[in-house]
Structures are given as structure tokens and as C-alpha cells.
Design a protein around this ligand. Structure first.
Ligand code: BGC
Length: 349
């Protein structure tokens, strides 16, 4: 299988209940290394060289399974069944009202109390692909229908980490899957994002109300701190975003749902490291770690601070299930949910 990057498997330790967790390591010919565990489908490490060949881990996370099993802000994880917020945890589907658990103030966030980030996925390696599969029972976290989800991770020798999501259901259900990796291209644990330059190809974004729920309008980014259509240095910009709180914002990168399109790029000037984001999804939640609690210590014992990492979460818009004018997140029996996202690691030219 020349040219394919075939992952190897080892143990990442045991959960408190004794379940052994596997870790899969992809390493390509350019010394890009990506490690993924079958707990939460979590990407634990992404090691990439800089312009001088110096390799650093650019992905926040923990050294061991204990860190991931405890409460944490979804480092590296697959979020589902519905990533992002559902207002009040409520929705009505085909005339029936549902009340999901609320785990973020008044709202349901990232799939609830035990979302897809906290479950053990069946794992198998198929040539160069790590296939993770999870069957979410009917009624899990109060969602309707048994939902069978597969997430396929691959790393190519072109430094593309691709994530393919598919799902089918036995009853109509909302679904919105994403990966919640936090990046700092200076190396995980670096205390700020100042020298990062971001570009997001969005003309509109979804403004939020006081409960962090989209108001329902698609507002033009023009003339606001949400205009990232030209590459923008975060050190200059973050202070003017939401009174210095930074981005926790859904950008409408769509109108192109279904076509894999380059929608965002994050570059770090001193090291030259760069990530290009391609997706089939209509939204990109850019989250600059604004809600990071004090005292979160990650890999190597480093403290993870606010505004020191970026998530580029490709997904549908928050609370879509309650907003008929947003692209639909409803999956029905007989249909297939599909979403592809590619993070391509490179160097600035
Ligand atoms: C949300 C934030 C939240 C963070 C960690 C992000 O996807 O947009 O509001 O604080 O996840 O839970």
C-alpha cells in the first residue's frame, strides 16, 4: 500500500470501569503525526513541522485517559448527536415535543450530559482509514431514534487530515456532528494567539442573543469585527471582538453545502505553520477559547489559558432545529447524513 498512511494501534489505558481504550497513530512521510483514540473519537495529538523542520504538537489535550474521562471543554472530540446549542434543550419534530437535558446554563450543548465525546466507539482500521462506529440508542440523551454513526479519519502524504461523517437513523432526529480540536500553531500551551492570522470566507454570521442562541438573522460581516474575508492578525483583532471576549461565533461559510470547499485558514507568522480548512458544511464555529476555565492543565502540565487556542468547528448553525430559515439538521429514516471536513497542514509561502 505504497503512498497510503496506515495507522498503528496501541493502548491508551483504561477507563475507570476497566474498558481499554485504543490509540491510533498516523505518521506520514513529511513527519506529520496524528493520534486518535476511540474514546470520544478524540484527536489527542497533531505534530507538524515548522518552516525550519521543528516539530511541535499544535493540538490541545491531555497526556492520559484520566484527563479525557473527566469534565473538560471537548478537547479534540467528536461532538454529537447535536453539536453546539439547542435553546432550552427543546424542540418540536413532526408535532412531538422533546426536552433534552440542559448542560450549559439554560441550553443543551454538544449532545448533552453524555455526548459522543464521552462514549467508546468501535474501532477498525480499513487500509489507511480509521473507522469509528457508534450506535446511539433510541432515547439516548432524550433524542429520538437509534442513530448509527461512522466517523472515518485519514491522513494523506499531502498532509490532509480528512474526517468523513455518515449516519442513519430509525426515527427522525436532529443531527449535527463536528470535531472540537483546539489549535495553537506555536505549539499547544503557548499562552496567546497574537501572531496567528485568520481568514474565514463568510459574508454573513449568526448574531447571538443574551443566552448565546442565534437571533435567527444572518447578519453581514461587513463593517464588524466578524469580517475576516481578508487575512487578519488575531493579536490586533481579538480586543475588538465582543468587548475583548474573542470569537465564539458561527460564520456562514455555506450556500455551497455538499461541495468540499476551502472556507478558512489559520496561519502562524513566526513558525510558518498553517492549517487550511475545507468542508461540506454550511457553518464554521470559530471559538477562541473564551470560556476556558482557570486551572486547566494539559499535556506536559502546561496551563491552557483563555484566548490561547482556536477551534474551527465545521457544522450546521446553532439551534437550527428551532430555526426554520437555517439549513435543516433533521435526518429521517432512509436518508444518509454526510459531512466531510479536511484540515490540511502546510507552511505559509
Ligand atoms: C462553544 C463555546 C463553548 C465551547 C466549550 C464551543 O463550541 O461555541 O460556547 O464554551 O465549545 O464547551
Amino acid at each position: 500500500m505504497a503512498g497510503l498512511v496506515v495507522p498503528t494501534r496501541d493502548s491508551f489505558g483504561r477507563l475507570q470501569d476497566g474498558t481499554e481504550i485504543s490509540r491510533f497513530t498516523f505518521q506520514n512521510k513529511n513527519k506529520v503525526t496524528v493520534r486518535i483514540i476511540n474514546y470520544g473519537g478524540i484527536i489527542t495529538d497533531i505534530l507538524v513541522p515548522d518552516k525550519n523542520g521543528e516539530i511541535k504538537d499544535i493540538n490541545l489535550g491531555f497526556d492520559n485517559i484520566k484527563g479525557y474521562e473527566a469534565r473538560h471543554p471537548y478537547f479534540g472530540a467528536i461532538c454529537g448527536r447535536v453539536a453546539n446549542r439547542i435553546a432550552g434543550g427543546k424542540f418540536t419534530l413532526d408535532g412531538k415535543e422533546y426536552q433534552l437535558p440542559v448542560n450549559n446554563g439554560q441550553n443543551h450543548l454538544h449532545g448533552g450530559v453524555k455526548g459522543f465525546d464521552k462514549v467508546v466507539w468501535e474501532a477498525r482500521v480499513d487500509d489507511d482509514t480509521l473507522v469509528l462506529r457508534y450506535v446511539s440508542p433510541d432515547g439516548e440523551e432524550q433524542y429520538p431514534g437509534e442513530l448509527t454513526t461512522e466517523v472515518r479519519y485519514r491522513l494523506t502524504n499531502d498532509n490532509e487530515l480528512s474526517i468523513d461523517y455518515t449516519a442513519t437513523t430509525t426515527k427522525a432526529t436532529p443531527i449535527n456532528l463536528t470535531n472540537h480540536s483546539y489549535f495553537n500553531l506555536a505549539g499547544q500551551g503557548y499562552p496567546n494567539l497574537d501572531d496567528h492570522v485568520i481568514w474565514i470566507d463568510a459574508f454573513t454570521y449568526t448574531p447571538l442573543d443574551e443566552n448565546n442562541i442565534p437571533t435567527g438573522t444572518l447578519a453581514p460581516v461587513s463593517g464588524t469585527p466578524f469580517d475576516l474575508r481578508n487575512p487578519t492578525r488575531l493579536g490586533d483583532r481579538l480586543k475588538s471582538v465582543r468587548n475583548g471576549k474573542g470569537y465564539d461565533t458561527n460564520f456562514c461559510v455555506g450556500g455551497r453545502t455538499g461541495n468540499l470547499t476551502r472556507v478558512a485558514s489559520l496561519a502562524h507568522t513566526p513558525s510558518g505553520r498553517k492549517i487550511d480548512v475545507f468542508t461540506t458544511e454550511p457553518g464554521l464555529q470559530c471559538y477562541t477559547g473564551c470560556n476556558m476555565a482557570a486551572g486547566v492543565f494539559g499535556k506536559g502540565g502546561v496551563e491552557y489559558r483563555k484566548l490561547a487556542s482556536v477551534c474551527l468547528e465545521t457544522q450546521h448553525y446553532a439551534n437550527s432545529v428551532n430555526q426554520p430559515n437555517f439549513p435543516s439538521t433533521i435526518l429521517r429514516p432512509g436518508q444518509s447524513y454526510r459531512h466531510t471536513t479536511v484540515y490540511k497542514f502546510g507552511l505559509t509561502s
